[in-house]
Design a binder for this molecule. Structure first.
Ligand SMILES: Cc1cc2nc3c(=O)[nH]c(=O)nc-3n(C[C@H](O)[C@H](O)[C@H](O)COP(=O)(O)OP(=O)(O)OC[C@H]3O[C@@H](n4cnc5c(N)ncnc54)[C@H](O)[C@@H]3O)c2cc1C
Ligand code: FES
Length: 264
């Protein structure tokens, strides 16, 4: 059951190019949260922007009641979010959506493109607690968009990066690094989030190699709770029914979605 809570901001600071991290206290939401779920944040004065903005649970520490968001400034809402200071209250609804299935005692690969790394940190925390061997692959355009290494390292997992300009780690596409990283070692399960063409390449690789997994989709949203149809989408062209990404997702099986292969 989603809760509406006024979270108290602990910190809000820039961690990379256009990337910010906000920590706030919202004990009710933190206690109910699962990896892959999201919060819908009200920004501004209730009319501009009119709609809440969906953001993944980057990290959650239920005992401390603490939630961390990782967000990229792309427009007015995220710009307003960056202006919140310590001690201010933030209007948050959550946890929303269906999160990831959590496997146990497996060898799992998490693949995040850009800010698509956001839902994978809390997931890593929970997978490590379930005795999985976790490898995280993160791809960005350049090293100034990498800001999560410290947080993943603290969880004791392998974290590899690919940058398009070669300024850090593997030079080139994250999905090319994925093939090199996965080929010598068997993998039981893949989780991914990021641009659809990237996830499409991941899903194709998984299908070729008989690996199951899950992905997290992004869609424009309004209510976030399944009431407005703002996020309705057919998962495959041939489907007759629409799903609501906010309520039936945002997490789906890798082979359930026909992903866009063009653009970025
Ligand atoms: C379930 C879910 C989880 C998300 N988690 C994160 C996260 O952890 N960190 C993060 O930085 N972003 C995340 N996003 C995307 C985030 O919601 C949008 O970037 C944000 O709403 C943009 O608001 P804005 O007012 O700044 O930009 P706007 O002015 O609304 O839009 C600026 C640009 O971003 C595009 N855009 C806006 N919303 C979306 C969207 N939902 N999907 C795709 N493109 C969009 C617009 O088309 C436009 O080009 C998530 C989206 C969803 C659906
Ligand atoms: S955002 Fe309203 S139904 Fe999904």
């Amino acid at each position: 059951m989603p809760l509406a809570e006024k979270g108290t901001v602990i910190s809000n600071h820039q961690t990379g190019r256009d990337l910010w991290e906000m920590e706030f206290l919202a004990p009710g939401i933190a206690a109910e949260s699962k990896p892959g779920q999201f919060v819908n944040v009200r920004l501004g004065d209730y009319s501009d922007p009119l709609l809440r903005r969906p953001l993944s649970l980057y990290d959650v520490e239920p005992d401390a009641g603490r939630i961390t968001l990782l967000y990229k400034i792309v427009g007015r809402g995220t710009q307003l979010l960056s202006r919140y200071g310590s001690g201010q209250l933030i209007d948050v609804m959550g946890p929303l959506g269906l999160g990831f299935d959590l496997v146990q005692n497996r060898r799992v690969i998490l693949i995040g493109g850009g800010v698509g790394i956001a839902p994978l940190l809390f997931l890593t925390r929970e997978l490590v607690a379930r005795h999985n061997e976790v490898i995280v692959l993160h791809g960005t355009g350049s090293s100034d968009e990498l800001c999560s290494q410290g947080r993943f390292s603290k969880l004791g997992v392998e974290y590899k990066v690919a940058t398009m300009d070669g300024s850090s780690g593997y030079k080139g596409l994250l999905t090319d690094m994925m093939k090199e990283a996965l080929e010598p070692l068997p993998t039981d399960y893949i989780y991914t989030c990021g641009p659809e063409p990237m996830m499409s390449a991941v899903a194709a690789y998984a299908s070729q190699h008989g690996i199951s997994g899950q992905l997290s989709l992004e869609e424009h949203m309004a209510c976030g709770v399944g009431a407005c149809l703002g996020c309705a989408r057919k998962l495959k062209e041939t489907d007759t029914a629409y799903v609501k990404i906010c309520k039936d997702g945002p997490v789906f099986p890798l082979d359930a979605v026909q992903l866009s292969t063009g653009g970025s």
